[in-house]
Ligand binder design. Structure first.
Ligand code: NAD
Length: 485
């Protein structure tokens, strides 16, 4: 160890009080499932953390009935102010248990504790606080006077921000007066099960929140259930398309938050060192497992070499390793399957003629890891420029004029996010106006706020989460407004 190396600073797991096995959370209690149990393992060590139940169709049916009963008898009859009190209580318990939740999330997902501690969990609490405030003010949401809840919401989420995606789904649904059945991803069920305990601790009426664990079959049973009123899905475009087909022609409402291939555009007048930090945050945060990641870097041609050199220098300082170490920047890839997917697309980059550069870092013997990687000499037709890699891999392209930057940025089937780096505010606004992306950051990237709507265009999905707009998918608008929708 040289004197400039960091000493290990691992966060202890002693704060966790996990059970050896978890059932399904239905009607306010943990109950056995009818299917098999499956293990959830740490992607950094491949060690099993605990086992969870796989919900079969009958279990999903039970959960939907519990949610329906809770909606009909309790939640729909409660005033908004009373509902808000439960959400405030949940938010405060999340804050009280923040360290435990951060450790559990890093263990189950593989993301660095620095991120779960400073980003994921604080945002989870912020989301519940924000929507708690809306619960008694729904008539000001923009859905007309006395907007009504839809009923039972079925919610399916991915593994990249497990507890945060849960908060994005559950907080607005409950604030608007719906009850929910939520299915976390099969590789990251742990924090959703801890959240079930938090619902018990908050004395949330039984059945208002139900958590069913399982994989795709459980998700499909849930979204196809005839007694749900709404489906909110976050995940891949392929599964989103399948769900849209299942629900076509049914009265069940649907919102989809899907994949992305965000462009981060650097003009030659930008503050380059700041831009480099934004690029690193844009694609190497959370191992690049971010739907709105800035995975395509568009650099003005005359500063390309300078930007790439500074980027490589910066990436060489990132520390990859134990997610529970407070010095870690890059944690583990969430699963073997995801590592294989990243590797396959990266190999296609080599085959198609792009130039690969990876930061030199020691890859631990166990677990799933991928070093920060940058592709240069990328053509817009290359798969590394088109496919969502969902890993710590950046593709660099160049442009000469603002129009070319816009054309290249929009040359994607997705439309979730984009970033603009320039010192000219007029340019920021002019470019943002032309980009087909739901979220556009200027001189920053990957900033989230519960008051700000988030969502996509094109194959990135439809509907918005966050802010006042995030309530719309969970509210029936007044009859006189329906014609205008
Ligand atoms: P995925 O689509 O494979 O899985 C997402 C969830 O859907 C999981 O819970 C899974 O069990 C479930 N599922 C799988 N098949 C199903 C089916 N037939 N019916 C119902 N549910 C089913 O996606 P993933 O690999 O877990 O997540 C990565 C994807 O999520 C990426 O494409 C990413 O861009 C996207 N994502 C989008 C956002 C956003 O807000 N737009 C946020 C995070 C992640």
């Amino acid at each position: 160890m040289s004197f400039l190396d960091y000493a290990p600073a691992p966060e202890s797991t002693s704060i966790l009080n996990l059970k050896n096995t978890y059932g399904l959370f239905i009607g306010g209690e943990f109950v056995d499932g009818g299917g098999h149990s499956f293990a959830t393992a740490s992607p950094s060590t491949e060690e099993v953390i605990t086992t969870v139940a796989e919900a079969n169709a009958a279990d999903v049916d039970r959960a939907v009935h519990a949610a329906r009963e809770a909606y009909d008898t309790v939640w729909s009859k409660m005033s908004g102010a009373e509902r808000g009190k439960y959400l405030f209580r949940i938010a405060r318990i999340v804050q009280e248990r923040a360290r435990e939740l951060a450790v559990a999330e890093s263990l189950d997902n593989g993301k660095p504790i620095r991120e779960t501690r400073d980003v994921d969990i604080p945002l989870v609490a912020a989301w519940f606080f924000y929507y708690a405030g809306w619960a008694d003010k729904l008539e000001y949401a923009g859905r007309g006077p006395n907007p009504r809840a839809l009923g039972v919401a079925a919610q399916v989420i991915p593994w990249n921000f497990p507890l945060l995606m849960l908060a994005w789904k559950i907080a607005p649904a409950l604030a608007a007066g719906n009850t929910v059945v939520l299915k976390p991803a099969e590789t990251t069920p742990l924090t959703a099960l801890l959240f079930a305990e938090i619902c018990q601790q908050a004395e949330l009426p039984p059945g208002v929140v139900n958590i069913v664990t399982g994989a795709g079959a459980t998700g499909e049973a849930l979204v196809s259930h005839p007694r749900i009123n709404k489906v909110a899905f976050t995940g891949s475009t392929a599964v989103g398309r399948k769900i849209a087909q299942i629900l076509a022609g049914s009265p069940t409402k649907l919102t989809l938050e899907l994949g992305g291939k965000g462009a981060n555009i650097i003009f030659d007048d930008a503050a380059i060192d700041q831009a480099i930090e934004g690029v690193v945050n844009g694609i190497f945060f959370n191992q690049g497992h971010v739907c709105c990641a800035g995975s395509r870097l568009l650099v003005q041609e005359n500063i390309h070499d300078d930007v790439v050199a500074r980027l490589q220098k910066r990436l060489s300082t990132l520390r990859l390793g134990d997610p529970l170490d407070k010095n870690t920047d890059i944690g583990a890839v969430n699963s073997r399957a995801q590592l294989e997917r990243i590797t396959e697309i990266v190999n296609s980059g080599d085959e198609e003629g792009a130039t690969r550069w990876s930061a030199e870092c020691e890859i631990p013997a166990k677990g799933f890891w991928f070093p920060p990687t940058v592709f240069t000499d990328v053509q817009t037709s290359h798969r590394v420029a088109r496919d969502e890699i969902f890993g710590p891999v950046l593709s660099v392209l160049t442009f000469r004029t603002p129009d070319e930057a816009v054309a290249k940025a929009n040359n994607t089937p997705y439309g979730l996010s984009a970033g603009i780096w320039t010192e000219k505010a007029s340019r920021m606004l002019a470019i943002a106006d032309k980009l087909r992306a739901g979220v556009i950051w200027a001189n920053t990237f990957n900033k989230f706020d519960p008051a700000s709507p988030f969502g996509g265009y094109k194959e990135s999905g439809y509907g918005r989460e966050g802010g006042r707009h995030g309530l719309f998918p969970y509210l029936e608008s007044a009859d006189w407004m329906k014609g205008g929708r």
